[in-house]
Design a protein around this ligand. Structure first.
Ligand code: HEM
Length: 272
């Protein structure tokens, strides 16, 4: 029993001695980063060349502290590269971390994508000639990076801002500037062709529809209010060729292209 106690106290003494000698002297003091001379510098920044192209870049370097250095951008992870590419416009925070774990952040670096063109009110002329459409739209833009290119709908880009020969309807003009920034401008060409029911349309209906089993049986287009009430259907059926029913074989034959346009002009200008 006495032997066991002596043995235990010897073991305890040895371990205490060991602990005292290990814990107090070998753990290195954590480095006070507040005293670090670590610094980060901006070497170069390149704005993106276009508002749609993420080809901007930022290059930094570091001095002081204890190398090697690691760098990160925004919320990204630290890595060894000091150049960040594929950047669009924006404000970027870049940090450096040295071998001691000290960090420094560069003041925000702003890259500016060329701003796109700004749409002004387009100049629009109504269609006044039914059979030779003469509506027009001129795009008005400022800002961005001239010169500008223009296209109507899915057409090709060109340097002319005015589109002529338009029928009444809704159009989209895309404007692209020299930095590749593009905007869309919506424009509506009104119909002011003066085509009227009594002036042009009734005669067409009388020539092409007024047959037994045709009209007025299936819609009395010889009554203005009835025809006006179905104006949209009349425009649709004549434009897609379902009316006159039977086309060329219809009692009065098919409608000519001009007759189809006149009916469309009548409907577009309010079926007056
Ligand atoms: C310019 C001449 C004509 C116009 C503008 C016209 C227009 C129309 C329209 C808009 C409708 C649909 C009515 C609705 O959904 O309420 C319709 C229906 C109809 N039309 Fe005509 N039509 C024309 C000529 C003819 C002719 C020549 C025939 C006879 C061969 C004909 C036979 C019919 C028939 C049977 C219907 C009932 C629905 C159907 O079977 O498709 N139409 N028409």
């Amino acid at each position: 029993m006495r032997l066991t106690f002596r043995l235990l106290s010897v073991v305890a003494t040895i371990s205490l001695t060991l602990y005292m000698s290990c814990s107090s002297s070998d753990e290195p003091e954590p480095f006070d980063c507040g005293t670090s001379d670590l610094a980060i510098q901006l070497v170069a920044d390149n704005d993106p060349t276009g508002c749609g192209s993420d080809d901007g870049s930022i290059q930094v370097s570091a001095t002081g502290g204890q190398g090697p250095y690691q760098f990160k951008i925004g919320t990204g992870a630290y890595g060894s590269t000091a150049t960040f590419t594929n950047l669009g416009g924006g404000s970027f925070n870049i940090s450096v971390k040295d071998n001691r774990g000290c960090e420094k952040q560069l003041a925000a670096v702003v890259l500016t994508a060329p701003s796109g063109p700004v749409a002004g009110t387009p100049a629009i002329d109504a269609q006044t000639n039914c059979l030779s459409p003469n509506g027009s739209v001129t795009a008005n833009v400022t800002g961005g990076t001239p010169p500008y290119q223009y296209k109507l709908g899915s057409g090709a880009l060109g340097s002319v801002a005015t589109f002529n020969g338009l029928s009444a309807g809704n159009y989209v003009i895309t404007v692209e500037d020299d930095a590749g920034c593009s905007i869309n401008i919506n424009a509506t060409v009104a119909s002011n062709t003066g085509i009227t029911y009594t002036g042009e349309i009734l005669a067409i209906f009388q020539a092409k529809c007024q047959f037994s089993g045709c009209h007025p049986d299936n819609g009395n287009w010889f009554d203005y209010n009835t025809a006006k009430g179905s104006a949209a259907a009349i425009k649709a059926h004549t434009a897609n060729g379902t009316m006159p029913k039977g086309g060329e074989a219809a009692p009065g034959g098919a409608l000519s292209a001009d007759q189809i346009m006149l009916i469309a002009c009548w409907v577009d200008s309010g079926a007056n």
